[in-house]
Design a protein around this ligand. Structure first.
Ligand code: ADP
Ligand code: MG
Length: 238
């Protein structure tokens, strides 16, 4: 269990953030837990990218986000940091806590990249258990691990397969859903899988949706998955 005083202080500082007017430029300008600060520092992340500076304060406060920024703009940390922090402040860690965050990515390769960033930033004192659900391993091996995970990164088809086939895969207490590269996920024909997954999840949750481009399909997905979202976009010329 976390230090309650530490969590209370973080809660207060997060509530005092002013995301719309805030001039937050470095990660250290934000109220983040010691484990996350250390993880960012040891990976030499100091100055936030534009999408990170705009999205992270809003996401820390629990808002749903529709974030659009081109490839290479740093969208991964824009959701990894809030996932780690929001679960930390909720003390949603450990085998009994269950699944707290689900991160969906269109391809196995991208899911592995996200998982690596999560591990790199999370390895300095965070207590969460994280797993990859991308197929390739036996369904049974993945199944064994699923009941203990706090954060899962996976591809839509495989996640849906576990939702329908794995009894111990319980999403009742899910706090956060992340849809990364949502435009690509839709382009690859995963719309129905995403719809089915979203249908399965608790309505009371925070959703962060990131995309490099905008489209009609994307706004349909946004309407289905987000609740009173904050729109955060970074233009190509930035
Ligand atoms: P996107 O998902 O928007 O395409 P990524 O999250 O994959 O972008 O990040 C692109 C690259 O930028 C990665 O190599 C990542 O390590 C680097 N990066 C992300 N955020 C920062 C930052 N705040 N400072 C320095 N490099 C960063
Ligand atoms: Mg990305």
């Amino acid at each position: 269990k976390r230090d309650d005083v530490d969590v209370e202080k973080l809660e207060e500082a997060v509530a005092e953030l002013d995301p719309k007017n805030g001039s937050y430029s470095e990660f250290t300008d934000l109220p983040l837990s010691e484990p996350t600060k250390e993880g960012l520092q040891s990976s030499h992340y100091a100055v936030m990218t534009d999408i990170q500076a705009k999205a992270i304060p809003l996401a820390l406060q629990g808002h749903d986000i529709l974030g659009a920024a081109k490839t290479g703009s740093g969208k991964t940390l824009a959701f990894i940091v809030p996932v780690l922090e929001n679960l930390y402040r909720l003390q949603h860690v450990g085998a009994d806590a269950g699944l707290g965050a689900l991160i969906i990515s269109p391809t196995r390769e991208l899911a592995i990249q996200i998982f690596d960033v999560l591990r790199k930033i999370g390895r300095h004192g965070h207590m969460f258990a994280a797993g990859l659900v991308i197929g390739g391993k036996s369904l049974e091996d993945e199944r064994q691990a699923l009941s203990r995970m706090n954060i899962l990164v996976g591809t839509p088809g495989r996640i849906l397969q576990h939702m329908s086939e794995t009894v111990a895969f319980n999403t009742d207490d899910l706090k956060m859903l992340v849809l990364d590269e949502a435009d690509r996920t839709l382009d690859m024909g995963f719309q129905r899988d995403l719809d089915a997954i979203i249908e399965y999840l608790p309505k009371e949750r925070q959703t962060l949706l990131f995309s490099a481009t905008q489209s009609k399909k994307l706004s349909d997905l946004a309407r289905l998955s987000l609740s009173e979202p904050e729109y955060v976009s970074v233009h190509a010329e930035d």
